[in-house]
Design a protein around this ligand. Sequence first.
Ligand SMILES: [Zn+2]
Ligand SMILES: [Zn+2]
Length: 267
Amino acid sequence: MTSYYKVVITNPGNPAYIPVNSTDDFYNQNEVINMNEQSSRYTSLDINTSLDLALYTSRNLETKKDGKKRYCQKCQRDKPDRAHHCSVCKTCILKMDHHCPWISNCVGFKNYKYFFLFVFYGSIYCIYIFSTIMSFLVALPTEKRNSITFDFQAFLILIISAVFGVCLMIFTAMHLGLILSNRTTIESMEGSGYIKFENLSSGETQVISLKKNNIYHLGSKRLNFNQVFGKEVKNWFNPFNGKQFGDGHNFEINEKVYNKLKETYEG
Ligand SMILES: [Zn+2]
Ligand SMILES: [Zn+2]
């Protein structure tokens, strides 16, 4: 019974390992093909989407801190909004969140939902193991508990599940906060996006940080949440459904916030 439960609970974590990497696909076909040759890590699903997305272009609303175009010197191409170069993966990653050594992959536009579910189910699994061993311990008669019959292995698992459980719960809470404000880890830490406005009368340009003015916050937590999990409640916790809003190059923005900024800075 326990192992059955374990299997059911553990499975949802696996999709986090699917390397649905966001290797920017809207560049030229040659590059996409190279990328596919580059490593066997990319699944057939990825190859198809790469070719489909080869047609996409980015509107590039974001600029660098100095107002210049965001360009990746290493990949020799423009960076779409919210994309960043990962030095470990050696490529630009769409809506990059962070590089995760635990899954030896980047967490970005296409696998963020899987990542979140993996962390979420992982924490539940740890809590389950911890409470199972704990309840077993508590149920033991006192004299047995004090003797060495409670083996070292169970004790070790108890400690490991406690440590991992706490870490994963903190991670889940952190990422839920980010999802609800439609931010990536990078954006929340560096506020790396900027937008440039040009005053129509004076011609003066002003570069505004998106950290203070989050144009991606769509006005409600629900709308922000939907960007990652979709609209259909039945798919929210389904690790086999990774359907995303948008193409990863262009993102819905809060028009109200954007227009207000535009009015303020463009005059
Ligand atoms: Zn790059
Ligand atoms: Zn990476």
